[in-house]
Every structure is written in structure tokens, then in C-alpha cells.
Design a protein around this ligand. Structure first.
Ligand code: GCU
Length: 419
């Protein structure tokens, strides 16, 4: 599908390690005013809020505060014997209404919860690329009638999902294996929160927050990644009220552009107790000041709606960026964070993703936590790390059972196996 199409070599893109520019010298523990951060208190009180502000105003755009937008949840479908009786399936419609301007948006959640546990289940929260129906063969899940990017396989035509798209994302959604390990999963189509095209922010959830006369977000306000991350937080809100789910054990996960989103959601919302980035690349876990594979300029040109307008200042001008992506990873401290790459995904810069974790280690050390525990990227298909995890799966840009197994092992290690 178009979601996985990646030209490995594109004109003007650097894939030469010797020209990648070395390791940026941005020390996460030096504040803007030059203060050296040496304790976790200083980190939490001074440096962390400063970095949060910079990522908001210069990279992803500020997320508006919740005021004026109300959420209503409605159970629209349930199967208490899904997966041969092993799980409960629920479909929930979230309706967001703005009291500022009367605008509405709707997001459809699909939730699978394992049965037979004695305690509420930890849950993965992950947006999907193809509609809820694309993650499963369950015929009770309606084909989404939202706007979709077209693909080459005829699953999405004229920006609509066809019947052929049902279950076409199955390899990315190993529900059965996840349920059998005692984890719940909550998903929604990312385009329900903001369709993934540049329309000047007339659709999606942004307009719900417009003030009188406002027609688009300001230069330091959210783009699509911000809206998708907001959506993940609304999913987390809903899960707080689900008795079979442990609302304190939520794991944000996302692949590619949704991996960037998972990190930004995790940075802003501490209810994500573990944060996972799968092949998130540029604007995700990969360092921006390392010039390898996709760059800030390419991101801004191909996807002008993903980041805030201020991020354009750094196209071909990475040196002026006041932050780099290891500092986004560091915003998760002391929560565990896991970063994954794929061997054939050099567009996402595997080494840059590894370094995104590596250079966050000094911040974890303030909390007496160990990070990756290695100085060089591990061999393919080897998972490393403690509070910061990493692997480089053999194969293409994708999220597959192997990746999920590492995330479940990581969650088991930090939280214990679900009981
Ligand atoms: C493109 C884009 C990446 C993104 C990817 C995806 O390749 O350049 O930044 O991560 O799409 O979302 O699949």
C-alpha cells in the first residue's frame, strides 16, 4: 500500500555515513540559560518544561487546552466472545463537540480486551492507517467512510476505502497473539482526528478549537501530528473508564508517521506509562541534526501539514534547531521508552534512531535508570536496553509480530506479566 512504499534512494538524499555530520553536541542537560542540570528535580522543574515548550512551539505545534470541546462516548457494538471466546470486542463512537463554534468530529474506537485475567489488562493504544476494518477480518466492523489516501492495490480508491481493504493491515495487527499475552488493544483511524492531506486545516479536530475569526492554526500551533497525538489522549481518556482495562498501564505505540505521533503523545500525556516508537524516523526518534535519509526540509516539503509552520525555519537549517530528537525521548523520563528500526529502512535512519535513545541516557541516569546499555547499535533482531529499549528488525519499513513481541517483552519486564 502507499503507506509502506519507500524509495530507498532518492536524489539529493545523503546515505553516506561520512557525510552525516557526526553526533550533534546538544547536551540535554544544559538549559537554555546555560545552567547545568545535575538532579532529577532540576530536570523536572526547569529543563523538562523548557524542552516541552520548545518542541511545542518549534516542532509539532502547541496543543490547545481542552476547554470548549466536549467528548461523548457511545457503545455501538460488542462481542463478548471474540477470538474464540478469548476476548471482548467493543466498538465505541466518540463525538467531539465544540461549544466555541458548534463544530463536531467523530472517531470510531475498536477495542479488544483479553478475558480470564484476574486484574485489569494493560493496553496498547495505537492509531491505524487504514480504518478499523483494515486491522481485522471481523465482518461486524463497518468499512470506514472517512477520507483515505489512495493506494496502488485498489484498497483505497477515490479517497474512499473499498471492501477489498478489509483486513488488509492484518500483518500489522496480531490481535490474537497480543490478547493471548494478556494485553488489550485500542485503535482508531488516524484520519478521524485529522485527514492526512494539506487542506489548510479546514477538517479534522483543529477547527473545533478555532476562536472567533480564526481560520487556521497559528505558526506555533498544532499540525496533523499534534491532532493525532490529541486523539491518542482522548483514547486514553476513554480507557480510564473501562473496568477491564488498567488506565494506569497504557502503552502508546505507532508506526512511522504514527511513531512520531506516539512519541509526541507520550511526551505530553504521562498516562502513557510506556512509549513505543516503531520506525518513526525523521521528526520521530531519529536525530534531525544528523543528515542521513529523510531531512527536515524533505518532511516540510512532502508533508507541510504534519508539523507547525515554525518548523519550516529549520528546513536545510538544522543547526538552528533549539532541540533535537533525543530530547524528545528524554521527555519520557522516568517512563520506559522503546525505539525500533528495520534493516531496510535507511530512509528513517536506523543509526539516527538508535542515537535518539542513546543520547537520552544521561537524563535517565538522573533517575538512576539504565538506558540502552550498549554504545553501538546491536546486530539485527537483537533487543537491547533497560529503561530505553531498541532493536533493528530484519526487513522493511513496517510493524510486524516480531516488533510486537519485543514491545510485550519490554512491558512484561517493566510491569510484570499481565495476570
Ligand atoms: C514517508 C515519510 C516518513 C514517514 C513515512 C510513513 O516515508 O517520508 O517521514 O514516517 O512516510 O509514515 O510511512
Amino acid at each position: 500500500t502507499s503507506f509502506t512504499a519507500h524509495a530507498q534512494e532518492r536524489p539529493g538524499i545523503n546515505y553516506d555515513e561520512a557525510k552525516a555530520g557526526g553526533i550533534p553536541n546538544l547536551d540535554p542537560l544544559t538549559a537554555s540559560d546555560g545552567t547545568k542540570i545535575t538532579t532529577k528535580e532540576q530536570w523536572l522543574e526547569k529543563r523538562k518544561p523548557e524542552l516541552m515548550k520548545l518542541f511545542a512551539s518549534e516542532v509539532y505545534g502547541k496543543t490547545p487546552e481542552g476547554q470548549g470541546v466536549e467528548t461523548k462516548a457511545q457503545l455501538v457494538g460488542q462481542d463478548t466472545a471474540a477470538f474464540g471466546g478469548k476476548a471482548i470486542m467493543r466498538q465505541v463512537k466518540l463525538t467531539f463537540s465544540s461549544s466555541r463554534n458548534g463544530r463536531k468530529a467523530i472517531a470510531d474506537l475498536l477495542i479488544y480486551i483479553p478475558k480470564g485475567l484476574t486484574k485489569p489488562a494493560p493496553a496498547f493504544v495505537q492509531l491505524n492507517f487504514g480504518g478499523n476494518h483494515y486491522t481485522t477480518s471481523d465482518p461486524s466492523i463497518p468499512i470506514s467512510d472517512a477520507w483515505f489516501r489512495n493506494d496502488k492495490d485498489g484498497n483505497y480508491v477515490n479517497n474512499k476505502a473499498t471492501e477489498k481493504s478489509r483486513n488488509s493491515g492484518e500483518r500489522r495487527w496480531p490481535y490474537k497473539e497480543i490478547i493471548e499475552r494478556g494485553y488489550a488493544v485500542c485503535t482508531a483511524y488516524y484520519g478521524d482526528f485529522d485527514p492526512d492531506f494539506d487542506d489548510g486545516f479546514q477538517n479534522g479536530v483543529q477547527p473545533l478549537f478555532y476562536k472567533d475569526g480564526q481560520t487556521k492554526p497559528a505558526a506555533d500551533e498544532w499540525g496533523s501530528i499534534g491532532a493525532w497525538a490529541w486523539g491518542m489522549s482522548r483514547m486514553a481518556d476513554y480507557l480510564q473508564g473501562v473496568p477491564e482495562v488498567d488506565g494506569k498501564k497504557l502503552i502508546s505505540v505507532g508506526h512511522s508517521r504514527l511513531g512520531k505521533t506516539s512519541l509526541w503523545a507520550g511526551a505530553q500525556d504521562e498516562r502513557f506509562g510506556i512509549v513505543v516508537s516503531n520506525d518513526s524516523g525523521a521528526g520521530g526518534a531519529a536525530l534531525s541534526k544528523r543528515i542521513f535519509g529523510e531531512t527536515v526540509a524533505v518532511l516540510n516539503k512532502s508533508f507541510p501539514h504534519w508539523f507547525c509552520d515554525n518548523f519550516n525555519k529549520y528546513s536545510d537549517n538544522e543547526k538552528d534547531l533549539p532541540v533535537d530528537q533525543h530530547e524528545l525521548i528524554a521527555l519520557m523520563t522516568p517512563r520506559p521508552v522503546y525505539i525500533a528500526s528495520a534493516t531496510e529502512d535507511n530512509w528513517a535512519d536506523q543509526k539516527g534512531e538508535f542515537l535518539g535513545g542513546k543520547l537520552a541516557e544521561p537524563v535517565y541516569a538522573l533517575f538512576s535508570l539504565k538506558g540502552l546499555g550498549v554504545d553501538e547499535p546491536p546486530a539485527p533482531d537483537k533487543s537491547v536496553g533497560d529503561a530505553i529499549g531498541y532493536h533493528n528488525r530484519t526487513g522493511k519499513h513496517d510493524i510486524l509480530l516480531y516488533d510486537w513481541e519485543q514491545y510485550m517483552n519490554f512491558a512484561d519486564k517493566h510491569w510484570g506479566k499481565p495476570q
